[in-house]
Structures are given as structure tokens and as C-alpha cells.
Write a protein that binds this ligand. Sequence first.
Ligand code: NAD
Ligand code: UGA
Length: 465
Amino acid sequence: MHIKNICCIGAGYVGGPTMAVIAKNCPNIQVNVVDINQQRISQWNKIDLSDLPIYEPGLKDIVEKCRGINLHFSTDMKKNIAKADLIFISVNTPTKTRGIGSGQAIDLKYVEASSREISKYAKGHTIVVEKSTLPVKTAETIKAILDATTKNKDNLSISKSFSVLSNPEFLAEGSAISDLENPDRVLIGGEDQEAIDDLVNIYSKWIEKTKVLTTDLWSSELSKLISNAFLAQRISSINTISALCEATGARIKDVSLAVGMDRRIGRYFLNSGPGFGGSCFKKDISNLVYISNHYGLFEVAEYWQKVLDINSWQQKRFVELIVKNMFGTISSKKIAILGFSFKANTNDTRESPAINICKKLIEEGAFLKIYDPKVKKHQIMKDLSSIHESNEKKKWEYSDTIYSTFKNADAAIFLTEWGEFASLNWEEISKVMRQPAWVFDTRSIVNINNVRENGINIWQVGYGN
Ligand code: NAD
Ligand code: UGA
């Protein structure tokens, strides 16, 4: 089949950028991104491109070029599903919060709802592609829902049919556009060779064919979970070593460099910090733990659970050492928080270590002044809402400008590695902080000598005193 019309269900961090890059590289294909969230769709359609719902370097330019030409954002599921030759399911797949598997298993309700919409509105033959990260064997569920509508009540075939493929997304936020333009690999799992070829042909418009791997559905679904698990495992590994460096006086960055220069190990994902955040690592590893237990592989489950445990431990350890260094109490002290997103170059705060750390600091009685170059005040309010609901007194405030954040602060904590934090004027900052002032740098982003030269105490992750 020659693909002329694509629909993507889910206009989020994956659906939006991925479809923008497909539209840019395939000018002959019409790409329609649909979502149930009217506000999100309106934001995608806003004339002011600085206010897109997602901040990703390079995204704005592609949307400007393609929107209204072959890239469209809409809430009209019926129309866009009906005319699609190929549909990506790119909806959120959060961890279940209740019932069987609560806290570990993936909640498939959005995937199931999307499959039902497709089964209802699709016409002719449609290729359905899992783009969301899904537990192994979810394609079976999708197939079962879709196939239920391909026969009428007398069990006679009606004029619609489906092929299901798995095509997990490996983009990282903050570098989504370059990851999509130049991926390490594209992975396609399926049983219908013709459908696989159709999807391969789309990617081949801008990606070398040798980078497009094909496999069966289950191997594809599992590969995505395992890629995330391995990445997260490296972060937990290096974070355990950061504590050992602090205890012994070794320097974490030197250790990471020496270890990572071994080509068998590789240099990426060896930055110690406040633990991994983001919407996926925790949920995907929790799901891996759940699946392993389900198959009776308890040692496997325990092994991966430890990666999650170390992540929480690192955050708890940081709060304890902040309190300890500040004479054992931060009650009524003012603390500047620099960075709230889960990593630099994104406005996403899902599972950001900043949320946990800020809540713990507030519980200890501190007053926070929070600055982030891309995260808006209303998002932080949402993330810290459990604190606000139970307390009358103001516990934190939003800071619009970086330098005002430090005013009268007893300490400044760097939680996200935004580029602008690397070149601050510490002479100016030292004049406005309350002495004795502290800097806690959980990302090793600030210049330790500049801070010390200006009479400020500093603790940096992975460095002993
Ligand atoms: P997101 O929450 O940003 O976007 C999902 C969108 O789907 C939302 O806008 C939601 O309104 C919409 N949606 C939910 N149910 C719907 C329905 N029935 N019909 C129409 N729209 C519906 O999520 P995301 O970060 O884009 O992640 C999507 C999937 O991709 C997840 O499975 C995730 O694990 C995976 N993934 C995410 C990333 C990432 O960096 N965020 C990277 C790779 C893979
Ligand atoms: C991650 C993966 O990198 C993507 O390949 C995957 O597609 C995506 O998850 C997903 O499935 O959602 P993302 O979460 O956007 O992407 O960002 P990462 O760069 O992986 O960072 C995740 C977290 O780990 C961040 O909090 C980051 O600060 C932290 N991190 C990363 C470290 O603490 N140290 C490092 O060396 C690298």
C-alpha cells in the first residue's frame, strides 16, 4: 500500500515532535495529529509559536514550516481515523494507581480507548502502529479489539481490516528533534511483511535503511523496555559511586571519564545527579519488575527493583546532607531552587527529582524560591499542590529572574543542569545571599572555584570535602 495519510492519536511529547519530523521529511504524506485534550490541540494551533504545548529545541521551526500544509492538529478523531492508511497510537501509558498491579503494571486504558476508536471509525485496510511504550504482548490486546469489529454479528467479514505493528520511540526530551532526524536505530516489530515494508519506506525517506531494524512484535516491545532499563541502571550505578567518591575524596567526573573511555562501557549516561526523572524510566522499570514477577522470575524482578531503590535513596541522601550541613536545621531558612524540570532543555516536570526534593525541604520547614527557565508557575503549583492544600502559610514562591532567586537565601540548590547555571556571576550572588551561605550542586554544573572564591560554601555531588 502506498501511505498517503497518517493519523497519530496523542499530541504529547512523542506524538507532536515525531509527527512534525515525519511531515517535514515526507511532504507527500498528510499527517493529522489528534487528541482528546482540546486545550493541547488549541496550543498546537496557536499562531504564536513560542507558546506550543511542548518545548523542544528545533520543534517550533518545523511546525512553522509544515503546519497547515501537511501537518494538522485536531480533536476530530472520527474524520482523521477514517481517512488514515496508517495510525500511530502515541497516548500516555502511566503506571496503574489502583487494583491488580497497582504501582507497577501499566494502565492500558488510554491504549484500549484509542483501539476502540480506531475499530469504530477506520475504513478499508489500516496499519495500526504502537508508538507508545507498552508491556510485552500488548499488541495482542490491540489486535483483539480491532478484530472484534472486522466481522458483523453473523460472523461475516466486513470491509475493514488491520495490521498491527510495534514501532517504539527512543527519543529523549530536550533532544527530540535531533534524535528523530538522526536516530541510532528505528525498530519495527510485526508479522505482516507488507505493512512492515510500508513503515520502513516512510522512515527511509530520511534514515539509512541499515538503521531500520525489523523483528517480531514481542521482541520489539521488550527491546524498548530494556533500553530504558539499561539507561536507568547506568544512572543508578554512577549515583552509588558518587556517594563512594564523597566518602573517600575521589572525584566523580574523573572516575566517569576514565571508566567511560573504555569503548566497551561507553561515555554516555555516566553523569551523577539527583536521580533519574521523566515520565518513563520509573514506570518502565516498574513494569519490568511486574512482568518478571508475573513470570515467576523473582531474582530478575529484585535486580531491577534495586535500580529504582537507589534512585529514591539518592534523593533522600541529598536532603539529609543539606540539612546536616546547614547546622542540622533548615526550619524558616530561605532556599533558592535552581531548575525544576527533570532535565535541561525541556519544560517537562513529570517525575522530576525537584518535586520530591522540594517537598521534603518544605516538610523540614524551609521556604523555597523556585526558578526554572522553561517551567511555568502553574506547573510548579500543580506539582507541589499536596503541600499547599494542607498548609495555610506560603511555603514557596516563583522567581521570574535568575538573580532575584538568590536574594536573602541561606542556600541555593541546583537541581537541573540548565546551561545558564554554568556561568553565573558569583560575585554578585555572594552580595545578596545571607551569610554563611551554601550552594548544593546536585548536577556538578557550577564552577566550584568561583563559588568558593566569593566566600560561599559549596557541596557538589561526587566530591568529598
Ligand atoms: P503525553 O502525556 O505527553 O501525551 C499523550 C497524549 O495522549 C495526551 O495529550 C493525551 O491527552 C492523549 N490521549 C490519551 N488518551 C487518548 C485518547 N483515547 N484519544 C486521543 N488522545 C488521547 O505522553 P508522551 O510523553 O507523549 O508519551 C506517550 C507514550 O510514548 C508513552 O507510552 C511513553 O512511555 C512513550 N515515550 C515517551 C517518551 C518521552 O520522552 N516522553 C519517549 C519515548 C516513548
Ligand atoms: C529517556 C531515554 O533516554 C529515551 O531513549 C526514551 O525514549 C525515553 O526515556 C522514554 O522512553 O521516555 P528522557 O527521559 O526524555 O529519555 O531523558 P534522558 O536523557 O534519558 O534522562 C532521563 C533522566 O536521567 C533525567 O532526569 C536526566 O537528568 C537523568 N540522567 C541522564 C542522569 O541523571 N545522568 C545521566 O548521565 C543521564
